[in-house]
Design a protein around this ligand. Structure first.
Ligand code: FE
Length: 152
C-alpha cells in the first residue's frame, strides 16, 4: 500500500514539474502568416457577427512581452457553407480594452483545392500586419486562439 502511495506521489510530482508555465512568463510565439488569397476586400462593415455556426475567441497580443493589444483591428472574410465568398461574411472589428475579441460566423464550406478556412487580417499600431487563416475541423463550432503580432 505504502509503495502505491509513494508511486502516486512521484507521478504527481513528475506531472507538476512538467506542467506548462503560465503564458505570461513565456514569450509569445508570433502567429504564423498564411496566404491573403484573391478574395480580400478592404473596408468591410464593423460587426462581430456575420452568421452562426462558428465562434472564434481570443486575444490579440504583442510578441514583445505577450501584452494584449487593445484597439487592434481584425478583418474577417470567408466562404459560405457552399464554398462561395459573400460580402455578408465580411467584417471589421476591434479588440476591447483587454485585447480580446469574439467573432461569430457561419462554418465555412469547402471550395476546390482548399480545406475549409476563415481568413483574418490583423493590424495594430507599432506592429507588423498579420494575415493568416483558421482551419476549423469538420463539425467544429468554436475556436479559441490568440493572434500574436511582431512589433516593429
Ligand atoms: Fe479563401
Amino acid at each position: 500500500m505504502a509503495r502505491v502511495v509513494i508511486a502516486l506521489l512521484v507521478a504527481l510530482l513528475a506531472a507538476a514539474l512538467h506542467a506548462p508555465v503560465s503564458a505570461q512568463s513565456t514569450p509569445c510565439a508570433p502567429t504564423a502568416p498564411d496566404m491573403l488569397g484573391p478574395f480580400y476586400k478592404p473596408d468591410a462593415p464593423e460587426r462581430s457577427v456575420t452568421g452562426h455556426g462558428l465562434v472564434v475567441r481570443g486575444t490579440v497580443r504583442s510578441a514583445k512581452g505577450c501584452t494584449p493589444l487593445p484597439g487592434a483591428r481584425l478583418e474577417w472574410w470567408s466562404a459560405d457553407t457552399r464554398g462561395e465568398y459573400q460580402d455578408e461574411l465580411r467584417a471589421t472589428q476591434r479588440t476591447g480594452t483587454d485585447g480580446a475579441f469574439t467573432y461569430e460566423t457561419v462554418a465555412p464550406g469547402r471550395y476546390p483545392g482548399r480545406p475549409p478556412h476563415v481568413h483574418v487580417k490583423i493590424s495594430a499600431p507599432g506592429h507588423r500586419t498579420l494575415v493568416t487563416q483558421l482551419y476549423p475541423r469538420d463539425g467544429q463550432r468554436a475556436i479559441a486562439t490568440d493572434f500574436v503580432l511582431l512589433s516593429e
